[in-house]
Design a protein around this ligand. Structure first.
Ligand SMILES: *[C@@H]1O[C@H](CO)[C@@H](O)[C@H](O)[C@H]1NC(C)=O
Ligand SMILES: *[C@@H]1O[C@H](CO)[C@@H](O)[C@H](O)[C@H]1NC(C)=O
Ligand SMILES: *[C@@H]1O[C@H](CO)[C@@H](O)[C@H](O)[C@H]1NC(C)=O
Length: 359
């Protein structure tokens, strides 16, 4: 335990150092563009005009964000917003739903709340843009980019320098496998079989992205979804062995994703792929980082885990790990983003972190 605390204190010092370095740098971004595929952890407004419960375009979402409520599922910035800042972008990457004209030159955020690797995941919440549809939207972006840059070759040369961040899978568990009243997957597959089915499909989707010009791809694993307040109180009704069951079911997904990263790096050797260790990064003692509340979200939550509209959230948002019953606060996102960009522990990223992926 004493050792753990020492490591965390060291991390804090390093964090401070990195943030000071970042503040000095205001040059051009380190990559020309940043493309984001994902779910509610990265959504920045793509669901606002969809018929779904999975949207965050109401108060108190965005209470600490410069532009207020935008559709982000947190109080402030998401992990990808902060990674974008660390990359040196002086604007947020625009959501596909509203990106127009030259906006797309810095990249596009396709992420959609409730979306999954499987098309049906999240269906019970309403419309969402599954990873397959996000890839189709990317094809639209590519033809717009080709028009802006003049030729296919110019577009390809531009795209292969960009960072791609693909973060899905949570809803294939929370809003699919662990919702047996709505989905049959848990009756068809054991957790290990399901992880294989998901990773086989994910592999094809990631290879398609490669064929569309991506060469630097970051793939975050799943965090310990069983431990979020929604899983504990709603899915598991405070039953701890149920929480452990959920977290254990995610292990084969993460293991297979690491193997996929190895395989893709071998097979597609003009591209680079990294795994970001979300579970590893959430495994320290959060109180050392200043967090005091880890078991409930900051805003009063609905039964589906999102904030109740116009409810009054907690005052001290930096002391809470969770903003609603599902999504982390900006305070936790800061740590996740900085460690994804610049690993603090060797286990944070594999085989390397984002700063090395793009260099
Ligand atoms: C708690 O969860 C476990 C695993 O899901 C289950 O086997 C057990 O019956 C549950 N206990 C109660 C009291 O519901
Ligand atoms: C992820 O982090 C955990 C906990 O630190 C560690 O046991 C595991 O080996 C890491 N995974 C990878 C692929 O580095
Ligand atoms: C906010 O945090 C400070 C310092 O930890 C504490 O003194 C104060 O009581 C907290 N306020 C609320 C409303 O929780």
């Amino acid at each position: 335990m004493a050792y753990k605390i020492k490591v965390w204190c060291l991390l804090l010092v390093l964090l401070k150092l990195v943030s000071n370095l970042q503040n000095c740098a205001h040059a051009a971004p380190q990559v020309p563009c940043f493309f984001i595929f994902g779910d509610s952890l990265a959504d920045s407004g793509n669901n606002n005009n969809l018929a779904t419960a999975a949207k965050a375009n109401y108060r108190p979402y965005g209470i600490d964000f410069p532009d207020g409520t935008t559709g982000r599922f947190t109080n402030g910035r998401t992990v990808v917003d902060i990674i974008g800042e660390l990359l040196g972008f002086n604007q947020f990457i625009p959501p596909f739903a509203t990106a127009r004209g030259r906006d797309i030159l810095v990249g596009v955020n396709y992420a959609s709340g409730a979306a999954g690797i499987r098309d049906e995941s999240g269906r019970q919440l309403g419309d969402r843009i599954s990873l397959n549809e996000q890839l189709l939207n990317h094809v639209t972006t590519l033809s717009r980019l080709t028009q802006l840059l003049g030729t296919k070759q110019a577009a390809a040369n531009y795209l292969n320098k960009c960072l791609y961040y693909v973060s899905l899978g949570s809803n294939d568990y929370l809003n699919n496998y662990f919702m047996p009243s709505e989905y049959i997957t848990s009756r068809l597959y054991t957790p290990d079989q399901y992880a294989k089915v998901l990773i086989d499909r994910y592999s094809l989707q990631i290879k398609l992205l490669y064929h569309l010009g991506a060469r630097k791809i970051a793939l975050p694993g799943l965090g310990p979804i069983g431990s979020i307040p929604y899983s504990f109180s709603t899915l598991c009704r405070n039953n701890l062995s149920c929480v452990t069951n959920i977290n254990n079911a995610l292990l084969p997904f993460n293991d297979r994703l690491v193997s996929l990263v190895d395989q893709l790096n071998r097979e597609l050797n003009d591209a680079r792929f990294i795994y970001l260790n979300s579970t590893g990064m959430s495994s320290g003692d959060p109180s050392v980082l200043g967090f005091r509340v880890t078991n409930v979200g900051c805003c009063p939550a609905r039964s589906d885990g999102q904030c109740i509209q116009d409810s009054t959230p907690c005052q001290n948002r930096t002391e809470y790990v969770f903003w609603d019953a599902i999504h982390p606060t900006e305070a936790l996102n800061q740590f996740t983003a900085r460690r994804s960009y610049n690993a603090f522990l060797p286990s944070d990223a594999y085989p390397t972190d984002i700063s090395h992926l793009i260099s």
